[in-house]
Design a protein around this ligand. Structure first.
Ligand code: ADP
Length: 503
C-alpha cells in the first residue's frame, strides 16, 4: 500500500524531525562543552596542587640540606632534623604521585626527583650527619641532580597546565564548529524536507491550474491526473468530478439545443407552404377588387399583409435554424458593387419617400468587385435600410455608402435617427433582441433581422459592426473581401459558418 500522508501530517512530521535534530545537536553540543569545562577545571586544580607539592619537595630538600650541613659552625648536623625533613619530602612525594597518576611524563620526572633525592641523602646527607665529608665532586653532582629534577618537575607541571588550557581551547573550538555544522546540517535537512514537500505539491497544483485554464477556455474534456498530498489529490478528484458534470451538462444542453433547432427548422418549413398559399389567395382576392365589397377587400388586404409578415418571419427563422445547423447556403459569384447597391436603393426608395426621408446612395468610383451571393448581400442591405427607415423619424437622412477599405469593400448604412446607447449596442445582433425604446416598440419587428445579417456576412467571410451615439443616429458597417481575378481573397470564416458554406 502506498502511503500518502496529508499535508498537515507531512508538516507535522517535518517539524518534528527538525525539532528532534536540533534538540539532539544542541544537547550533544552543550553536554560536550560542559564536559570540556569540567575537565579543564579538574586539570587546572590538579596541576596547581602538583605545583604546591613540587614546592614542598623543594623546601623538604632545602630542610634536609640545612639539617646535614647547618649554616653556622657551632651547630652540629642533626639526624632528627634530617629525618623530619626526609619525612616531609616523602609525604610531599606521595601526594605528588597521586596527582601524576595519569601522566607518565610527570610520573617519570617525579620518580627521577625521588631517586636523585634518595641518592643525595645516601651519599651526601648521611655521611655529613656522621661527620664524614663526601667528595665535593660527588656532592655537587648529586645536589644539582636533585635541583635539576625538581626544576624539571616544576616546569613539566606548568607546561602540562598550559597544554591543558590549550587542549580545552582547541576542544571548545572544535566542539563549537561541530555544533554549528550540526545545526547547519539540521537546517539543511529541514530545507530539503520542506522543499520536497513543496515539490510534491507543485506538480499536481500546476496540473490543476493548467486544467482550470483549459476548462475555462472551453475544453470540457479536460481532466487532471490525481496526485500529491491527500488534500491536493481530493482537489484533483473534485476538479475531475466538476469537469464530468460540466461535460454532462454541456452534452445535455447541446442535445436540447439540437432538438430546438430541429423543431424550429421543421415547424418553419411546414408553416411556409400554408402561409404562402394563404398569402397567394389573399393577394388574388385583392387583385379582384371589383368582385368584393369594401369590407371584404379590406379583410383580404389585412390577410395578405399579415401573411406577408408571417412569411418573412418564417423565412428569417428558417435562415437562422439553417445557419445553426450549418445548412445555410450561399452561392457566391463575382459581383459588381454599384449595380447591387443601386438595385437595393431602388427597391427601398419608396419606403423612404413614404416617410419623407432623404435617402442617398453613394458608391466609390472604380470599386473592385466582390465575391458574394448578390441575393443574400442584398437581403443584408435591405435589412439595414429597413431598420434605418423604420426607427428614424420623418424627415431624417439615410445614407448607403460603399467604399474600399484596404483589401475589402465596406458597406455602411447610416441614419440620423434616435441611435442606440452603449449597452444596447452590445445586444443589437442578439436574436429576438429589440430595444425597449418607444421608437422600437412603436414599429413592428421580430429582433431577427440583424442576427441574420450577421450570420450572412460571416458566411461570406466578412464582419459586421454597429456604431452609434444616442440621439445622433446609428451606422451599421460590414466588410466583404474583394474578388481577385474571379477568386476572392477571403478571410477564414468561423467553423460553424464555414461548415455551412461548404455544404
Ligand atoms: P427588428 O427590426 O425586427 O426589431 P433587428 O434585428 O433588425 O430586428 O433590430 C434589432 C433592434 O435593434 C431593433 O428592434 C431596434 O431596437 C434596434 N435597431 C436596429 N437598427 C436600428 C437603427 N438604425 N436605429 C435605432 N435602432 C435600431
Amino acid at each position: 500500500m502506498r502511503v500518502n500522508p496529508s499535508l498537515t501530517a507531512r508538516l507535522r512530521i517535518g517539524f518534528l524531525v527538525l525539532f528532534a535534530l536540533l534538540l539532539i545537536v544542541s544537547l550533544l553540543g552543550v553536554g560536550r562543552l560542559f564536559q570540556i569545562r569540567v575537565n579543564y577545571e579538574d586539570d587546572i586544580t590538579r596541576y596547581f596542587q602538583l605545583e604546591l607539592q613540587s614546592e614542598r619537595l623543594r623546601s623538604g630538600f632545602i630542610l634536609e640540606q640545612a639539617a646535614a650541613r647547618p649554616a653556622t659552625a657551632h651547630q652540629k648536623p642533626s639526624q632528627g632534623e634530617l629525618d623530619a625533613a626526609a619525612a616531609s619530602f616523602t609525604n610531599a612525594a606521595g601526594e605528588a604521585r597521586k596527582l601524576t597518576e595519569n601522566d607518565t611524563e610527570l610520573t617519570q620526572k617525579l620518580n627521577r626527583l625521588v631517586i636523585s633525592q634518595t641518592a643525595w641523602r645516601k651519599a651526601v646527607a648521611q655521611p655529613l650527619i656522621h661527620e664524614e665529608v663526601p667528595p665535593a665532586r660527588v656532592e655537587s653532582k648529586l645536589t644539582s641532580a636533585v635541583t635539576n629534577s625538581g626544576e624539571a618537575l616544576a616546569s613539566g607541571t606548568s607546561a602540562a597546565r598550559a597544554a591543558a588550557r590549550e587542549d580545552a581551547r582547541t576542544e571548545t573550538r572544535n566542539t563549537t564548529i561541530l555544533v554549528a555544522a550540526g545545526l547547519g546540517g539540521a537546517l539543511l535537512a529541514a530545507l530539503i524536507l520542506f522543499s520536497g514537500l513543496i515539490n510534491s505539491m507543485r506538480a499536481p497544483l500546476g496540473r490543476l491550474v493548467e486544467g482550470a485554464r483549459r476548462l475555462a477556455g472551453g475544453d470540457l474534456r479536460t481532466r487532471v491526473e490525481v496526485g500529491g498530498p491527500v488534500e491536493i489529490a481530493s482537489l484533483g478528484r473534485a476538479f475531475n468530478e466538476m469537469a464530468n458534470s460540466l461535460e454532462r451538462d454541456a452534452r445535455e444542453r447541446d442535445r436540447v439545443e439540437q432538438m430546438k433547432d430541429d423543431f424550429v427548422l421543421t415547424v418553419s418549413h411546414e408553416l411556409r407552404t400554408p402561409v404562402t398559399v394563404v398569402k397567394g389567395f389573399a393577394e388574388m382576392l385583392t387583385a379582384q377588387r371589383k368582385g368584393l365589397n369594401s369590407r371584404q377587400y379590406e379583410a383580404a388586404e389585412v390577410i395578405a399583409e399579415s401573411a406577408g409578415q408571417l412569411q418573412k418571419m418564417i423565412n428569417d427563422l428558417l435562415d437562422l435554424a439553417r445557419s445553426d445547423a450549418g445548412k445555410l447556403r450561399i452561392e457566391p459569384e463575382i459581383t459588381a458593387v454599384r449595380p447591387l447597391a443601386q438595385r437595393i436603393g431602388r427597391q427601398m426608395r419608396p419606403h423612404f419617400e413614404g416617410k419623407e426621408q432623404q435617402f442617398t446612395v453613394s458608391v466609390e468610383k472604380d470599386l473592385p468587385d466582390i465575391e458574394a451571393d448578390a441575393g443574400r448581400i442584398g437581403q443584408v442591405l435591405a435589412n439595414l435600410l429597413t431598420n434605418a427607415n423604420k426607427y428614424s423619424p420623418e424627415g431624417s437622412q439615410v445614407r448607403l455608402a460603399a467604399t474600399q477599405v484596404g483589401d475589402e469593400v465596406e458597406f455602411a448604412v447610416s441614419d440620423n435617427g434616435p441611435g442606440l446607447d452603449e449597452e444596447q449596442l452590445e445586444h443589437v445582433f442578439d436574436r429576438f433582441w429589440r430595444a425597449d425604446s418607444s421608437e422600437s416598440q412603436s414599429v413592428g419587428g421580430t429582433g431577427l433581422g440583424l442576427a441574420i445579417a450577421k450570420s450572412l456576412v460571416e458566411l461570406h467571410g466578412g464582419a459586421i459592426s454597429a456604431n452609434s451615439s444616442p440621439g445622433e443616429g446609428a451606422t451599421f458597417r460590414f466588410v466583404l473581401p474583394i474578388a481577385k481575378d474571379g477568386r476572392p481573397k477571403r478571410k477564414e470564416p468561423s467553423s460553424r459558418t464555414k461548415a455551412g458554406a461548404a455544404s
